[in-house]
Design a protein around this ligand. Structure first.
Ligand code: MN
Length: 229
């Protein structure tokens, strides 16, 4: 039976050095994965026992940045610089010792956040979706295949806005490393090829205004450049 109307296109990301694209299934994200950011947000002591997960729509991805529209309703759009993990394999209850076998590659992205709405939702104990899942909320670089780079345990992760460094860390500071995130997520959801995971932001989150230029880099792996319009 035919569809009532044309189904939407499959969101995707380019793969560096390839003419093939990575088709996106779901976009997961972990919160509070760097102690210095959890502290700046006023979170209670971060526990290894309870990771915080949320999701963004797959069509919120802005491939390779470019121009990102300033979203409606908010007066406090914040950048959150994050390493992004792309899965080529999935499963349920994935053992942490095999979790990296699921990884296709890595990129860098911004988990854009309507911080004022998030604060209002948090204060009322309500879901964060309107703060995190808006259109254009997830600019992500081209992906680089892990069979080229290996699985980085240390890499500088940095963000400059209008040539001023705002966030600068090493992914070695993540509370839950990539393998742990995959293992934990797979207890909650059946992971699939095409899933992306935002791995959390370090300290230094802050506002973006119309006209701001951003440049995010996961050293040796990926660069994301764009502008808020
Ligand atoms: Mn985030």
């Amino acid at each position: 039976m035919p569809f009532l109307f044309d189904p939407p296109p499959v969101p995707s990301l380019p793969v560096a050095g390839s003419n093939q694209r990575f088709p996106i299934h779901r976009v997961y994200a972990i919160g509070r994965n760097y102690a210095d950011h959890a502290k700046e947000m006023g979170a209670q002591a971060v526990s290894r026992a309870n990771p915080v997960f949320f999701m963004k729509p797959a069509d919120a991805i802005v491939p390779e940045g470019g121009t990102v529209p300033y979203p409606s309703v908010t007066h406090e759009l914040h950048h959150e610089l994050e390493m992004v993990v792309a899965l080529a394999r999935g499963g349920r209850d994935i053992d942490v010792t095999h979790a990296l076998d699921c990884v296709f590659g890595y990129g860098v992205g911004l988990d854009l956040t309507r911080r004022d709405l998030q604060a209002a939702m948090k204060a009322k104990g309500l879901p964060w979706d309107v703060a995190k899942g808006f259109d254009g909320s997830a600019p992500v670089s081209a992906l680089r295949a892990a069979n080229e780079t290996g699985h980085p345990r240390h890499a500088r992760l940095s963000l400059a806005v209008n040539d001023h460094v705002r966030q600068d860390t090493d992914i070695a500071d993540m509370i839950f490393p990539v393998a742990d995130i995959i293992a934990e997520l797979s207890t909650l959801f059946e992971l699939k090829p095409g899933d992306l995971i935002f791995t959390g932001t370090p300290a230094g989150v802050g506002p973006l205004q119309r006209g701001d230029r951003f440049r995010a880099e996961l050293q040796g792996i990926a660069v994301l450049e764009g502008r808020i319009v």
